[in-house]
Design a protein around this ligand. Structure first.
Ligand SMILES: [Zn+2]
Length: 468
């Protein structure tokens, strides 16, 4: 099967090249001069379109298994595909959580039956409770391990429990103390793996909530109870642990100017620290809270305009190397419980690419940087390069085709999620994701799937180190 993507403009991290792309047997075969004579079984006309390496969403919580009334892997990967993403990396905190090799293999087998996009899997790092599982999960192809820093876990299900003061202590795995966290960094470093963390210092959060002195009723209260210094503090500790151990440390869903500054300084000091941000932090501010109500609630919270501006600047200067959706659906009724009681999180996987393309058309990020933060740099970070993240010959022929002159109407009706209510309902975005190719054939056109479901598991290969 040979397919020619003709007349497009291929976007790489280094530049934009007018060319035809020949795809064969699921891989990129060659870059050709436009109009070069070549035999192909099928032809896709990409006139006027930017051709990106398929976009990767590294931060997806599909709630499957365990909370499939909120979302399923079928729905999240279908949404991803329809939004222009061709690979998702699934977070480990479904129920049961992926804390060992056996669960990793089970999850892989179950998701292979449901995937509309290619997918990788995260493992979960608990600290001392599963230190011996870090290596086996990496060897099985885990893209990274996630440490939910400061959260207690249900001993049985490894489900996350934020407000654990009220829970019976016997049922809990308490958050590891920093000395134990340092041991975790050492262990991940031994395998050249990637340790990612939710960064909000729990003691800073606890004291901040105490200072507030009353339940959270407004968004202003919520920001006072979860200040940016909580994020910056965790990142600073993680950066020191990274420097001390050589462990690659990744800050997921970074939301603040203060956090961005700490990451920039840590990188300048030579720490192997990387960061991700999300469209909610790049497109919303606290000024949207009145309009959106608790629907805006995510952890860490969406903050002010200066934070948003700092995150865009961090993307531009390389401080932030990856953008993920943090797709974390809940029932609509749950999100209506008010700022104190509504769970944190919302839809994102289907709007990740459209919102970032809008940012590109508005000039907030260049096409080359977009190719990096949604594809190339993300693929390198998670051990998927050069199979994913590039249009080089030999790479998987995953492509996302974008019309910069188009428009995208975001509506709940068009979402493919199980509970299709998006924060961006009613937004008109500049630019349009027109089509995606997965493994060398068209898999999505105009926001709807084409053909059968055919996502595959992708194993990460990290530079496994032999240790002295
Ligand atoms: Zn998340």
């Amino acid at each position: 099967m040979r397919l020619l993507v003709a007349n497009g403009r291929a976007v790489t991290e280094d530049g934009i090249v007018d060319c035809d792309l020949l795809l064969a047997d699921g891989r990129v075969e060659a870059w050709l001069d436009r109009g070069a004579a070549v035999a192909a079984d099928e032809r896709v006309d990409a006139s006027g379109l930017l051709v990106f390496p398929g976009f990767i969403d590294p931060h997806v919580h599909s709630r499957d298994p365990g909370n499939t009334h909120k979302e399923t892997f079928h729905h999240s990967t279908l949404g991803a595909l329809c939004g222009g993403t061709t690979t998702v990396l699934e977070m480990p905190n479904a129920v049961p959580a992926v804390t060992d090799l056996a669960t990793f293999e089970e999850r892989r087998a179950a998701h292979e039956q449901k995937a509309w996009t290619d997918f990788g899997l995260w493992g979960m790092a608990l600290g001392p409770a599963n230190l011996h599982q870090i290596a086996p999960m990496h060897e099985a192809g885990a893209v990274a391990v996630k440490f939910f820093w400061g959260y207690a876990l249900d001993r049985e299900t490894k489900g996350l429990i934020y407000n654990f003061a009220a829970a019976p202590p016997d049922s809990l795995l308490l958050p590891p103390e920093n000395g134990e966290v340092l041991e975790l960094f050492r262990e991940v470093a031994r395998y050249g793996g990637l340790l990612a963390a939710h960064c909000e210092d729990r003691h800073v959060l606890a004291t901040s909530a105490e200072r507030l002195g009353h339940p959270i009723t407004t968004y202003e209260d919520l920001l006072l109870a979860r200040p940016a210094v909580a994020e910056a503090t965790s990142i600073a500790v993680g950066a020191q642990f990274s420097l001390a151990t050589g462990c690659r440390f990744h800050v997921v869903h970074m939301a603040s100017e203060a956090g961005t500054r700490v990451v920039r300084e840590a990188r300048a000091a030579g720490a192997a620290v990387t960061a991700e941000t999300c469209p909610q932090y790049l497109t919303l501010t606290d000024a949207d809270a009145e309009r959106l109500g608790p629907a805006i609630k995510v952890y860490p919270p969406v903050r002010g305009q200066s934070d948003q501006d700092a995150l865009w600047a961090g993307l531009a200067d390389g401080t932030i190397g990856s953008v993920g959706s943090d797709h974390a659906p809940h029932l609509v009724a749950e999100k209506l419980r008010g700022f104190e009681d509504a769970p944190a999180g919302g839809l994102g996987v289907e709007t990740l690419a459209p919102l970032m393309v809008d940012g590109m058309v508005r000039g907030r990020i260049t096409p080359q940087r977009l190719a990096s933060v949604l594809s190339g740099s993300t693929a390198r970070l998670y051990g998927l390069w050069p199979r994913k993240g590039t249009l080089r010959p030999g790479a998987d022929a995953d492509l996302t085709l974008v019309d910069p002159e188009g428009r995208t109407e975001v509506t709940n009706e068009r979402m493919h999620a199980l509970n299709p209510v998006t924060t961006w309902d009613g937004w008109t975005l500049r630019g349009r994701v027109v089509a995606s190719l997965l493994g060398g054939t068209v898999a999505m056109r105009d926001g709807e799937p084409v053909g059968e479901r055919r996502g595959r598991f992708v194993a990460a290969s990290h530079p496994v180190r032999t240790h002295a």
